[in-house]
Design a protein around this ligand. Structure first.
Ligand code: TYD
Length: 134
């Protein structure tokens, strides 16, 4: 994987009556989770993201269905398909991400290291490249 991203496999308790996965703050996530948000009812053909963060770290999980995460750390690019509820994609600071190809009914859960602060977003790709190279 390119620098700035990694995969996390969460525990899965498999039983005939169904599967159960769990995520513990300090055990499975390398930062304190301060916010949880989720993307759902994403229309076919829609794209989310299109930004990077100065300070925020996030873990993306396909709780249901599948989608593609396109990642760019300023020097290398990679596309990761998420489709397993027991897998997380950890995205560090200064990684540009776009999410698309949402399957019908998919849910993208995001575990974030801080509350929402628009001022720490980088929404301009040229500014992102300049920040990474600085
Ligand atoms: P944005 O982060 O651009 O969404 P995405 O990256 O998923 O495409 O946020 C979309 C809008 O929602 C924007 O107006 C900011 C707002 N927002 C909040 O108010 N709180 C949040 O926790 C998040 C993630 C977004």
């Amino acid at each position: 994987m390119i620098a700035g991203i990694s995969k996390i496999t969460f525990p899965m308790i498999q039983e005939p009556r169904g599967n159960l996965s769990f995520i513990e703050n300090s055990t499975h996530i390398p930062y304190d989770i301060k916010r949880v948000y989720y993307l759902y009812d994403v229309p076919a053909g829609s794209a989310r993201g299109g930004h990077a963060h100065h300070e925020l770290k996030q873990t993306l999980i396909a709780l249901s269905g599948s989608f593609e995460v396109h990642l760019d750390n300023g020097t290398a690019q990679e596309t990761v398909t998420l489709n397993r509820p027991y897998e997380g994609l950890l995205v560090d600071t200064l990684v540009w991400r776009t999410i698309d190809n949402f399957s019908s009914g998919s849910v993208c859960l995001v575990l974030a290291s801080d509350i929402y602060r628009e001022e720490e977003y980088i929404r301009d790709y040229c500014k992102f490249l300049a920040t990474v190279k600085a």
